[in-house]
Design a protein around this ligand. Structure first.
Ligand SMILES: Nc1nc2c(ncn2[C@@H]2O[C@H](COP(=O)(O)OP(=O)(O)OP(=O)(O)O)[C@@H](O)[C@H]2O)c(=O)[nH]1
Ligand SMILES: [Zn+2]
Length: 199
């Protein structure tokens, strides 16, 4: 009998083999036999996880590099209804929902293409994450690259680790808010209303 593989550290386990081998080992450890439908599963799962975690292969803030001059008094800019698909850092299960990104450019500062706000969200979401951290990272990127006078990121998501296992709350939804600078009460109300409408 070969000795069971028993790594001392996460790093050692990582170095041991490819993702495909690791998935095959996981399935074996969970008592899943190879069958007609599972023979190619390790390769499929490795490919799926490479896609789900593709955010490690980019710096999402780079999407905000191309900017345009803002009009004199640009007011609030907001994109609501951005689809969020992420992976819980604790359980490696998906959480999905919607994100709203809003910022008020400072006078004389720059604005960014609207699609780039969604690309920043997607980049940070496609990593092992906690929901609060995605909002904070998106906000930090916007503050660093655009220097807005105010900004807010709202995320409402459903966590499979809460829905399907453990506490088993299938209808629970989690909302997190990250904000920077000064936004007026009416701007805040508008952001929350659009976020609720776009969920
Ligand atoms: N703050 C925060 N917590 C999260 C997020 N995703 C998952 N969690 C929580 O992470 C916690 C991990 O708790 P542990 O007690 O270490 O793990 P566990 O025994 O699997 O916990 P249960 O999920 O309660 O069964 C759980 O309470 C999860 O609900 C997230 O995005 N943000
Ligand atoms: Zn979790």
């Amino acid at each position: 009998m070969p000795e069971p593989y028993n790594p001392d550290t996460f790093a050692e386990a990582r170095a041991h083999g490819t993702a495909v081998e690791a998935v095959a080992q996981l399935l074996g450890a969970l008592g899943v036999d190879e069958g007609e439908h599972t023979a190619a599963t390790p390769a499929r799962v490795a490919k799926a996880w490479a896609e789900m975690l593709s955010g490690y292969r980019e710096d999402p803030a780079d999407h905000l590099a191309r900017t345009f001059p803002a009009p004199d008094d640009p007011g609030l800019v907001m994109v609501a209804g951005i689809a969020l698909t992420s992976t819980c850092a604790h359980h490696m299960l998906p959480f999905t929902g919607r994100c709203t990104v809003a910022y008020r450019p400072s006078p004389g500062q720059r604005i960014v293409g609207l699609s780039k706000l969604a690309r920043v969200v997607h980049g940070y979401a496609r990593r092992m994450q906690v929901q609060e951290q995605i909002g904070a990272q998106v906000l930090d990127a916007i503050v660093a690259k655009l220097n807005p006078s105010g900004a807010m990121v709202l995320i409402t998501a459903s966590h499979d680790c809460m829905r399907l296992r453990g506490v088993r709350e299938p209808d629970s939804v989690t909302t997190t808010q990250a904000h920077h600078g000064l936004l007026t009460d009416s701007e805040r109300a508008l952001i929350h209303a659009e976020h609720a409408r776009a969920r």
